[in-house]
Design a binder for this molecule. Structure first.
Ligand code: ADP
Length: 406
């Protein structure tokens, strides 16, 4: 009986302990689920240690979350205040998801009208739809839709699986500086033209017979004044091409063009080179005949000037992919590969003395580059030192037109 009573008491006590432990476990569960504050956790007993660990872990979690939150908020603030326009757009339909303050100001975006709608800022641009579909293309230059006095460039960068990031830059100041530089070069060249013509005229009037003391220096004076005139003329040509935004397009009859290039090459070569032309294209080009003539003739004149007597110059008009190319090949000195990327820069020469000796201005390839740019065409250069070079003007298919009989 006594044993029976004490057994029941023990069982009751055990049940009480188990119930107490369950209660403690339940409270810990409440804290882990965030239903109770960690201060209500048991400090003593079997669950005391576990509770302390949970408390520590919870605090560390909270601190980490607060730090991440602060960092994220910092990034958002930085992106929002970034001085260049940033716009997050959907890949599929160019819907605006987010943009910063600069994008609002320079692209004229507003939260009410533009978030969730397709990007309208590029509507005025003909190729915008194609451009927006393919990130990684060249930057798009445009007038700011919010302020016509501002010029912007936009770049499209893949951002995530669903979104692209549009990054803009205000290039108004650079554009103005470039304009100032262009005007300066054009004005200086223009101002130099008249005095040079006068000097040139007087030099022509001086004959060595009348002024024998000048006889040794007259040819050099004449050749230098001619060189200066050519430099001024080339600079004026580049200024005109740079200022030109559009092209007066017409048929460029390639049969007479090739004939004329061959005649010019023969005249310049004075029969010291073999000059051939081949035409496997059988089509004409669409563009500006005088500008294309000037570009091609610069390439032909370079080929003659940089090829020793006895060499061969080949002018070839042929298919190139969907489009066509006019290639001028020579068997001349060739150009070391390191120079090729900079060759079309103004006054860039592989050998300044050789260029001057051959009457070069250092501006020929720059003119070629500008003319081709206006035609949406590209200049490519292949060269082997000691074996020769090929300069090719590559035109897209849209520039090819059938020949007419006249
Ligand atoms: P330049 O008036 O000096 O010929 P260009 O702009 O026409 O100026 O050419 C730049 C430089 O490129 C030349 O000075 C020359 O060094 C090099 N070059 C151009 N064409 C050829 C060529 N066909 N063969 C070798 N070098 C060339």
């Amino acid at each position: 009986m006594v044993i029976g009573q004490s057994g029941a008491g023990l069982a009751l006590a055990l049940a009480g302990i188990v119930a107490w432990q369950f209660w403690q476990a339940y409270r810990i569960g409440q804290v882990v689920r965030g239903e109770q504050s960690p201060s209500s956790l048991p400090r003593q007993g079997a669950f005391g240690g576990l509770a302390r660990d949970i408390l520590l872990h919870t605090r560390q979690q909270q601190q980490r979350a607060a730090r991440s939150h602060a960092a994220l908020a910092g990034f958002r603030r930085t992106a929002m205040e970034f001085p260049d326009p940033l716009v997050l757009i959907d890949k599929t339909d160019s819907r605006v998801r987010w943009f910063n303050r600069a994008a609002g100001r320079l692209l004229g975006l507003s939260r009410q009208n533009d978030i969730g709608s397709p990007l309208q800022a590029l509507n005025a641009h003909a190729q915008a739809t194609v451009w927006l579909a393919e990130p990684g293309q060249d930057a798009l230059e445009l007038q700011s839709p919010a302020d016509p006095a501002l010029r912007l460039t936009l770049r499209l960068i893949p951002f995530s699986a669903e979104q692209n990031l549009l990054v803009g830059e205000d290039i108004t100041r650079i554009t103005r500086l470039e304009q100032v530089r262009r005007d300066f070069v054009a004005n200086v060249s223009h101002e130099l033209r008249t005095p040079l013509t006068v000097i040139h005229g007087y030099l022509d009037m001086l004959s060595p017979e009348d002024y024998p003391e000048l006889a040794p220096i007259l040819p050099e004076m004449r050749s230098q004044s001619q060189r200066m005139t050519r430099i001024v003329e080339d600079l004026l040509t580049i200024s005109r091409l740079e200022a030109q935004q559009t092209l007066d397009e017409e048929r460029v009859a390639m049969v007479p063009m090739l004939d004329s290039l061959q005649r010019e090459a023969c005249a310049l070569s004075r029969n010291q080179h073999r000059i051939v032309h081949e035409d496997s294209l059988g089509l004409d080009l669409l563009g500006s005949p005088p500008d294309l003539h000037s570009a091609f003739s610069n390439l032909v004149s370079n080929a003659v000037r940089y090829t020793p007597a006895g060499g061969t110059i080949t002018i070839r008009l042929e298919r190139h992919g969907d489009g066509a190319r006019l290639a001028v090949s020579d068997t001349g000195h060739g150009i070391p590969a390191a120079h090729l990327p900079r060759l079309a820069e103004r006054f860039y020469r592989v050998s300044a003395s050789r260029s001057r000796e051959r009457g070069g201005t250092g501006l020929g390839l720059s003119i070629v580059k500008h003319v081709l740019h206006l035609h949406g065409a590209r200049l490519t250069i292949e060269s082997d030192v000691g074996r020769g070079s090929t300069f090719s003007c590559q035109f897209d298919a849209c520039r090819l037109i059938p020949r007419t009989d006249d």
